[in-house]
Structures are given as structure tokens and as C-alpha cells.
Design a protein around this ligand. Structure first.
Ligand SMILES: CC(C)(COP(=O)(O)OP(=O)(O)OC[C@H]1O[C@@H](n2cnc3c(N)ncnc32)[C@H](O)[C@@H]1OP(=O)(O)O)[C@@H](O)C(=O)NCCC(=O)NCCS
Length: 172
């Protein structure tokens, strides 16, 4: 099974655009609030550090069975970038499995943007013959748990590095 590439995904209010290095300057501002990193760890990147990070992400996974797919979330009406979604897709004998994550900049939170983006991403993954989608959510992160649930994932009893594994299996 071949590697995958991110494609543009449209939802009602959002365009999920495949990440480019040129998004780094605007995204450094979107992701500049240290509070964003409370559950996921890390600190805000400078524009320069984010450019290097995006360059590494776009050079792709060294493992040919693994595809790194990254999108910026553009709010179509304004229009401006508001966050990111990502999927790490692993091909195995039984099909493709994806791990997903989401971040929305502080000024944009509470408007349903992560929910709409995550639903769009999960729908798209379903159309790419992905069988299982998982996300890891900190047990106290209520907003992220709500996003996972709205995207059709359910919590499992499995834990990974202090976070709960959420999962959705597509019927095939
Ligand atoms: C998690 C995150 C992406 C949510 O983004 P968002 O665009 O504000 O989410 P939405 O507006 O779609 O809201 C999702 C749900 O969370 C709820 N919510 C939003 N902010 C909340 C908060 N501070 N506390 C509790 N619930 C909250 C909303 O009410 C909504 O629930 P509902 O559908 O039951 O009404 C955002 O908080 C974030 O980027 N956090 C930092 C990065 C992170 O931790 N990412 C998760 C990695 S998997």
C-alpha cells in the first residue's frame, strides 16, 4: 500500500489546506499562546523555528509505511489561518490506521472550529480506506475530549503516555 499525501478538504466554514513552509510566519502568531501547550507539551516556536519544523515535517517520514499528513485550518470568511490538524497514517497488512491531533489558536477557540476540522479530517480519512482512527487525549482535557467525541471517536480503556486512547473504526 503506497504512502498518502494531504489533499485540500473543504467543510462548511473551513478550508483544510496541506501544510507548506510558507505558512510558518502566520502560524507562529496563531500558535503563540503558551497556554496552548498545557496538555500537549512544548512551548511556542519562533517563525524561524516553525519554518524548520515545517520543513522537517514536509520532508516526510523516514519509514515508507508511515505518512505524515498535515493541514492548516483556514477560516474561509475572514480569511485567516486558525490552527492545524494532522494525521499520521501507518500502512500495515490489514490496511491503513491513522492517529490524529488538532490545535486551534486561542483567539479562535470556542467557535466549533476544531470540531468541524476534526470531522472533516475523519470523513476524508474514511474515503482513503483508513480502517481505524485514534487520538490520545489527556483525561482532564475536556475540550479535546469533546472534539474527539464529535468526530465520532469513543474512549477506550487503553492509555498511552498518560493519555486516554480514543478510537473510531470504519465499517468496511
Ligand atoms: C482542544 C482544542 C483544539 C479545541 O478547539 P476549539 O476550536 O475551541 O474547539 P470547539 O470550539 O470545536 O469546541 C469543542 C468542544 O469543547 C468545548 N470547549 C471549548 N473550550 C473549552 C474549555 N476551555 N473547557 C471545556 N470545554 C471547552 C466546547 O464547548 C465544545 O464542546 P461541545 O461540542 O460539547 O459544545 C483547543 O482547545 C486547543 O487547541 N487546545 C490546545 C492544543 C491541544 O490540546 N490539542 C489537543 C491535542 S489532541
Amino acid at each position: 500500500m503506497n504512502g498518502m499525501a494531504a489533499e485540500a478538504i473543504g467543510t462548511k466554514r473551513l478550508d483544510l489546506l496541506p501544510l507548506r513552509v510558507g505558512h510558518a510566519e502566520e502560524m507562529a502568531v496563531v500558535l503563540s499562546d503558551p497556554a496552548l501547550y498545557a496538555f500537549i507539551g512544548g512551548t511556542p516556536d519562533s517563525p524561524r523555528a516553525l519554518r524548520s519544523r515545517y520543513r522537517r515535517m514536509m520532508s516526510g517520514s523516514p519509514d515508507p509505511a508511515v505518512s505524515w499528513l498535515n493541514w492548516v485550518i483556514r477560516f474561509r470568511d475572514e480569511p485567516c489561518l486558525t490552527g492545524t490538524v494532522q494525521a499520521t497514517v501507518t500502512a500495515s497488512g490489514s490496511g491503513r490506521n491513522a492517529e490524529i491531533a488538532w490545535v486551534v489558536g486561542t483567539p479562535w477557540q470556542g467557535r466549533g472550529i476544531a470540531t468541524e476540522a476534526a470531522r472533516g479530517l475523519v470523513d476524508w480519512l474514511g474515503r482513503q480506506s483508513v480502517r481505524t482512527v485514534i487520538a490520545h487525549v489527556h483525561p482532564e482535557h475536556r475540550a479535546s475530549a469533546a472534539v474527539a467525541a464529535a468526530a465520532g471517536l469513543v474512549p477506550t480503556d487503553e492509555w498511552h503516555e498518560g493519555e486516554i486512547r480514543w478510537c473510531h473504526r470504519f465499517e468496511r
